[in-house]
Each structure stands twice: as structure tokens, then as C-alpha cells.
Design a protein around this ligand. Sequence first.
Ligand SMILES: [Fe+2]
Length: 134
Amino acid sequence: MPELLTGDVAANQNVSANMKRSKFYVCPICGNVIHAMGEGAFSCCGLRLPPLEEEVPDGEHRITVETVEDEMFVSLNHPMEKGHFISFIAYVSDNGLQMEKLYPEQAAELRFRRMGPGKLFVCCNRHGLFRQTV
Ligand SMILES: [Fe+2]
């Protein structure tokens, strides 16, 4: 209903949802994270959430990936302080999603079970979403 009122209706060209079109939405008030297999109209805390823009990893958001047997070890040399930290990392393949929440004071690293080719999404609470193909 809110999207009808604004006249800003999200209509996807892909009628069958597709992981390759994954979008992430983050509520700036409560930090809620929503994953969708395409653009949609999502609201949280009374705000309409735009999909996060995906940037190419730069400087402190550079992502290091090492494959160890059937796992992928992902790490970043990024601050993990209260006001500036990596808030989640997600690994999206053609048919799966693994996502882990990270917290300040924790290391910006984790392991995912390999699911084949896909994309890594890293979200910095200050600088937004970064995407890398794996
Ligand atoms: Fe950052």
C-alpha cells in the first residue's frame, strides 16, 4: 500500500525470483537487514528502504578470500569499532545464501561453506555495501 501512495511501484522483469538479482535493504534506525531476490518495496521503522547500492571494494574494504577444502575463509583489514564496523557478510550463489552478522570488537573474518561461484556482499555500517565475485 505505501508504494501505491508514493506512485513508486517496484516491478521486476524477472517473474521468477533469481539469486543473481539479490538486493539488500538495511534499516538506518534499527539495523534490520532484509535480503530479496530482486527489488521490492520494503519498510522498517516507518521508513521506505531503498536497496543498498553495490560498490567495488576499495582500500579498507578490500576483501581477502582463501579457499580451504570445502570452505571459503573471508577476511577484511577493516576497523571493528562501535561507530565503524563490518555489520554483515553474505555469500550468494545461484541457489543459496549464507549470511553472518558481525559486531564491533570482533574480527572482520568468517568462514562459509563453498556453494560454487557466486558473490560476496560486505556491508560497512558507515560506507555501505561492497560486492566481489568469488
Ligand atoms: Fe568502512
